[in-house]
Design a binder for this molecule. Structure first.
Ligand SMILES: Cc1cc2nc3c(=O)[nH]c(=O)nc-3n(C[C@H](O)[C@H](O)[C@H](O)COP(=O)(O)OP(=O)(O)OC[C@H]3O[C@@H](n4cnc5c(N)ncnc54)[C@H](O)[C@@H]3O)c2cc1C
Length: 396
């Protein structure tokens, strides 16, 4: 099919200026590609998955492939810090906490890190509370400590990648929704927006909760579930008792699964303690979601946190945010079947720590057709994404 006349030619259109799209535009522009990064809302909006203060960066993962990729993520973050001339990674250490009979097996984490030569320590509940007095653990709880676990800034980190994309020559166009995609084969992909339509050699969809909206233009659909998650900031009477010297990043490896941070000064929240439930949110849609706090989920979280962190105080404010989950909770990195010029990048509710890595991998695929990173588990046509009966497994 011949593309219509009058389209604006561009090497690559990246759809979505969240963390993944911004990282991809930065990586492509710094390699000299002519990139347009298109965002439907204003930059820095609060409707997607990359806003708020903090995200966890960790090496402790449930498979050697993820542990290796996390290792690359640390390198990619330091590359980003160097280029930005701005510190972004705050190492505080992290503990994965396993109560007796935990739903998430500790052996997966221990074996995966051991297989990759990542140092860690297995601790008893007494070891943990001795070292981190802010924590109070039920008897029999064990822990896996990894010293490199860090906090990275969500909103500021995304803005930094946008700044670098722009300074490397990318065009950032916000308030510019992509309303259509037409694959013209060797002639390129037509990308329609209300203002301008582009003819791109390649398109990268980094649209998270809106991914299927865009794929629909190509007659494709992935089995994605969007949930509305929330994180809450607690106001302890004595915030100094919850600093990184007394409280590491923690993840409660059970069902329900919770996680949290020591106090972290980003965004003026230095006296607040953040915690959340992983995959505790209701199923929703990208455009139909509410921004209201889910009172039941808040009560569940507050009940748990008040036991784990005595003295943490009352909830002060809650932020909502979207997860876009694949059935196996693995990422999506690769071309759309039947539309090789269109790539998808999706973080499945745990992608922020890998944002600079997604950027590098997707830019590799665009500029070289392959990447040195192992993305064999993230294919768009893997069983979890094509088999309608594939069992859901979101707790990792
Ligand atoms: C509460 C919460 C806590 C989390 N904690 C962690 C953590 O500790 N560690 C971690 O690694 N990950 C974590 N994650 C996951 C992580 O934040 C996400 O995986 C990541 O931010 C996804 O980034 P993204 O750029 O793909 O998505 P988004 O930031 O949602 O960006 C997608 C963008 O695409 C735009 N878009 C969509 N459709 C169109 C269109 N048609 N035209 C133009 N633009 C369009 C949207 O407006 C949006 O800006 C957490 C997520 C949540 C919700």
């Amino acid at each position: 099919m011949t593309p219509p006349a009058g389209l604006t030619p561009v090497d690559v259109v990246v759809v979505g200026a969240g963390a993944l799209g911004s990282a991809t535009a930065w990586q492509l522009a710094r390699r000299g590609a002519d990139v347009a990064l298109l965002e439907q809302f204003e930059l820095g909006h609060l409707r997607g998955a990359s806003h708020d203060t903090s995200r966890i960066l960790r090496r402790s993962y449930h498979s050697p492939a993820y542990v290796r990729l996390a290792g690359e993520a640390y390198d990619d973050w330091s590359c980003l810090e160097q280029e930005a001339g701005e510190p972004l990674v705050t190492a505080v250490g992290g503990v994965d906490l396993f109560p007796p009979g935990a739903a998430i097996p500790a052996v997966d984490y221990v074996a995966s890190m051991a297989a990759c030569g990542v140092p860690f320590a297995e601790l008893s509940a007494a070891d943990v509370t001795r070292r981190w007095p802010a924590l109070s653990l039920p008897a029999g709880t064990t822990a896996v400590h990894q010293a490199d676990t860090s906090i990275v800034p969500a909103g500021r980190g995304t803005a930094t990648m946008q700044r670098l994309a722009r300074s490397s020559g990318a065009r950032l166009v916000d308030e510019c929704p992509v309303t259509g995609l037409v694959d013209h084969g060797p002639s390129g992909v037509e990308v329609r927006t209300p203002a301008t339509s582009y003819l791109a050699r390649r398109v990268v969809l980094a649209a998270d909760a809106w991914t299927n909206h865009l794929l629909a233009h190509l007659g494709v659909r992935l089995p994605l579930t969007v949930t509305r998650e929330q994180a809450t900031y607690f106001r302890p009477p004595a915030p100094e008792r919850f600093g990184a010297d007394r409280l590491p990043v923690w993840i409660w490896m059970d069902d329900p699964s919770f996680y949290g941070f020591p106090t972290y000064a980003e965004g003026g929240n230095g006296a607040l303690v953040k915690a959340a439930q992983d995959c505790g949110g209701a199923v929703t849609t990208a455009d139909g979601r509410s921004f209201e706090t889910d009172a039941e989920a808040l009560q569940r979280l507050a009940g748990f946190v008040s036991g784990l962190l005595p003295g943490v105080g009352a909830p002060r404010r809650t932020v909502t945010c979207l997860y876009t989950l694949t059935p196996d909770r693995d990422f999506v990195v690769g071309p759309v079947p039947g539309h090789e010029a269109v790539l998808v990048g999706l973080g499945a509710g745990h992608g922020f720590k890998f944002a600079p890595t997604f950027g590098r991998m997707l830019a590799d695929l665009v500029t070289q057709g392959s990447t040195g990173s192992d993305i064999s588990g993230f294919a768009t046509d893997r069983p979890a994404l094509v088999d309608a009966d594939f069992p859901l497994s979101w707790l990792v």
